[in-house]
Design a protein around this ligand. Structure first.
Ligand code: CUA
Length: 293
């Protein structure tokens, strides 16, 4: 894709240079020399007219062929639908990731093995969103009731930024995600970690009680506690994520406490209500949630 862009850019730059040079030359060459009578008029020059029709048509045809051949390589054939390695479900306003082979789940931080071309299925839980990780693949709309597929591939390990690229409501701007491309072994270790239940050591007990008391499980899954809710992100390994609220604040203990006390102050209109937790309850809950990286 980058190659296509560069080739197109070079062709357009050459055309621009030729046209600009011709304009400047003609403006100078045929400038007014103080004559008062009208210059000699000429009408039509067939060879030139054929040339300036045929050459641009040929250039456009070449660009069309190049574009069509690249397009066929950016999106998998949807008939029959390919088996997806990863399903991404867009929600207002966060990203859910489900890994087909392992059953692992994640939110807003999508890990993939480096050097593998993955088939990613895109689903929406509510409105139209658009999955866009510019360095890794094409941009694709996510339409409710109409599964789309793309390939996502990273040649180099690293973190790649992504965002929702279709206006989807008040917090469209805070629907960010990170794709973490890792060597196969690291990726598998990460997947295994996601499958582990949440740690329930002694520091977590009080927070776990707050989680149950406020019925957070209505919206959030936690491995080992409740696993059916998908209205909000799976929180089992929240501690391992870099941000809270799909990019809106960095993930630290203090920020998580702030978020738990009043998510609406940080991400207005997000679907998580403010439960008016006390400082103590929010602190306990944050300890419980941050405990499992
Ligand atoms: Cu989702 Cu914009």
């Amino acid at each position: 894709m980058a190659g296509l862009f560069e080739t197109t850019l070079v062709i357009c730059a050459v055309i621009f240079l030729i046209v600009a040079t011709a304009v400047v030359y003609n403006v100078w060459r045929f400038r007014s020399c103080g004559e008062t009578s009208e210059p000699r008029q000429s009408h039509g020059y067939k060879k030139l007219e054929i040339a300036w029709t045929a050459i641009p048509a040929a250039i456009v045809l070449v660009l069309l062929i190049m574009t069509a051949s690249v397009m066929s390589k950016t999106v998998p054939d949807s008939d029959p639908p390919p088996k997806a390695d990863l399903t991404i479900i867009a929600h207002q306003w966060w990203w859910e990731a489900r890994y087909a082979a392992s059953g692992a789940r994640a939110a807003n931080e999508i890990h993939i093995p480096v050097g593998k071309r993955w088939v990613v299925q895109l689903l929406s839980a509510d409105v139209i969103h658009d999955f866009w990780a510019p360095s890794l693949g094409p941009k694709m709309d996510i339409v409710p009731g109409h599964p789309n597929c793309i390939w996502v591939e990273a040649d180099q390990p690293g973190e790649y930024m992504g965002a929702c690229a279709e206006f989807c409501g008040a917090q469209h701007a805070w629907m960010r995600f990170t794709v973490v491309a890792q060597p196969e072994a690291d990726f598998n270790a990460w997947q295994q970690r996601q499958l582990q239940p949440i740690a329930t050591n002694s520091t977590a007990v009080a927070g776990r009680r707050v989680f149950e008391q406020f019925v957070c499980a209505n919206c959030h899954s936690i491995n080992g506690l409740s696993t059916n809710a998908t209205a909000g992100p799976d929180l089992t390994h929240l501690g391992g994520r870099q941000t809270i609220g799909a990019g809106v604040i960095s993930n630290s203990f203090d920020n998580l406490v702030r978020w738990l006390k009043d998510p609406q102050a940080i991400k207005p209109s997000c679907l998580m209500p403010s439960f008016n937790l006390t400082d103590q309850q929010a602190g306990q809950l944050a300890l419980f949630l941050e405990g499992s990286p």
